[in-house]
Write a protein that binds this ligand. Sequence first.
Ligand code: ADP
Ligand code: MG
Length: 260
Amino acid sequence: SARGAADTGPTVIALANQKGGVAKTTSVASIGAALAELGQRVLLVDLDPQACLTFSLGVDPDTVERSVHDVLTGSAELDDVVVTCEEGVDLVPSAIDLAGAEAMLLPRPGREYVLRSALEGADTAYDVVLLDCSPSLGVLTLNALTAADALIIPMPCEMLSHRGVGQLLDTVADVQKILNRDLEVWGILPTLFDGRSNHAREVLADVGERYDLPVLEPPIPKTVRFAEAPAVGRSILATARTSKGAQAYRDVATGLLARL
Ligand code: ADP
Ligand code: MG
């Protein structure tokens, strides 16, 4: 774990970017599946009220009995909410009632620490926990950044995708000052990469220097195969095993494994 040798708990990694459509959810599902293939015990947490991760792993957010909402409001323990997915990963599902959790948490003291405490109190041993954030910098995302050892920022290789990253990094700096000194930014994960586009290659070459951040490798190629996966409740690692996209996520996961 990034928290040091004495800590035997999982490495907790948040994937956050307050912009929607940057492949946060796709990356959580795919990196999670890839780490499971590598023999890691993986827990995924869906922190988005839209529940796309939950749906894409074959769990119906409309009929799920207990969700991350119950964990955050204190009416369930994390272990009671976990479901095991075909993907070989465990999932803390989201459900539509999570939208109300922000307002519920607001007046509570220590509201940013609720997820962190829940993860620390979990009985099941995991090697890695991946947090799929909603497209906002609200209380749910602050909970993720407070619980995390590391942050990965998925970002498409297009100029407009940069907007908002400065604001995210300001929030990270605040979190590091006040809520979670140990939070490390592991870097930008370039997504939706079109290698034939000069523009995309220029953005990829420039983005690390612009934000003074590492850029994880390899970039994830843009491919239609990703569109098919969520509908059948499996990640691209199962629906298109040998595709370039699946292989890119396996390579990213192998790079992460060295740091767990
Ligand atoms: P976010 O969680 O940041 O909102 P998603 O993971 O839901 O983003 O991805 C947004 C859309 O882009 C989805 O329709 C997804 O299937 C698609 N997508 C993600 N990664 C790729 C890719 N590498 N190539 C093509 N489409 C992709
Ligand atoms: Mg998402």
